[in-house]
Design a protein around this ligand. Structure first.
Ligand SMILES: Cc1cc2nc3c(=O)[nH]c(=O)nc-3n(C[C@H](O)[C@H](O)[C@H](O)COP(=O)(O)O)c2cc1C
Length: 189
């Protein structure tokens, strides 16, 4: 089977705990970012920006997640707060997906969010094509006011989650996918 067809049919996520070093860098990282730029994007608004988080910065991001969690859940047990702190440390690279939403009468916010989603998946596909694994993660932190402020998000921006990325440390599980025809019918008017 053609490699592109194979990639599209077999795209899969890799759990963050199974993503080890090396993370993509240099030319590979450049290819992954460039793949985002060919996502479908109404009016070519490029309604996104990405923050790369690696090395010690992951611990600083973990501190932000933990503090956000503590503020949202003042009664939370220490263990739960520490779990938040540890999340960014599971994989060597995180790509924070920031929706940079723009005023555009022809392109409502929901369309711009879809373009961000397409950009993220393009990056995941390119990563997999290059032999890396990734998983798109989100959670409560994405809408947290403290997390937004700590990351420097502007009022018209949204954190659409992050891609945890690295080299898979285990063989991928074969995933069965549903029959697409159960989601599809012909409309005849
Ligand atoms: C916007 C978005 C946010 C997601 N957030 C999470 C998350 O926080 N935790 C999680 O386990 N999976 C999350 N997922 C799903 C995973 O990225 C992944 O798609 C899912 O585990 C299915 O695996 P697969 O991609 O191999 O089919 C999210 C997916 C999307 C599109």
């Amino acid at each position: 089977m053609n490699a592109a067809i194979e990639l599209l049919l077999n795209r899969h996520s890799t759990p963050a705990k199974h993503l080890g070093a090396p993370a993509p860098e240099g030319e590979h990282l450049d290819l992954i970012l460039r793949a985002a730029m060919s996502a479908p994007d109404h009016r070519a608004l490029r309604p996104w920006r990405f923050l790369l988080v690696q090395g010690e910065a992951r611990a600083r991001l973990g501190d932000i997640f933990a503090e956000g969690y503590r503020c949202r859940h003042p009664e939370a047990e220490a263990e739960l707060i520490e779990r938040q702190r540890g999340k960014p440390l599971r994989s060597p690279l995180l790509i924070l997906l920031i929706a940079h939403l723009q005023e555009c009468a022809k392109v409502p916010e929901w369309e711009q969010m879809m373009a961000v989603g397409a950009a993220a998946e393009h990056m995941q596909l390119m990563a997999q094509a290059l032999g890396y694994g990734s998983v798109w993660l989100s959670g409560e932190s994405c809408g947290d006011a403290w997390v937004r402020q700590a990351l420097g998000l502007l009022p018209h921006e949204r954190l659409a989650g992050y891609l945890a990325m690295g080299t898979p440390t285990v063989e991928p599980l074969t995933k069965s996918r549903p029959d697409p025809w159960t989601f599809t019918e012909e409309w005849t008017g």
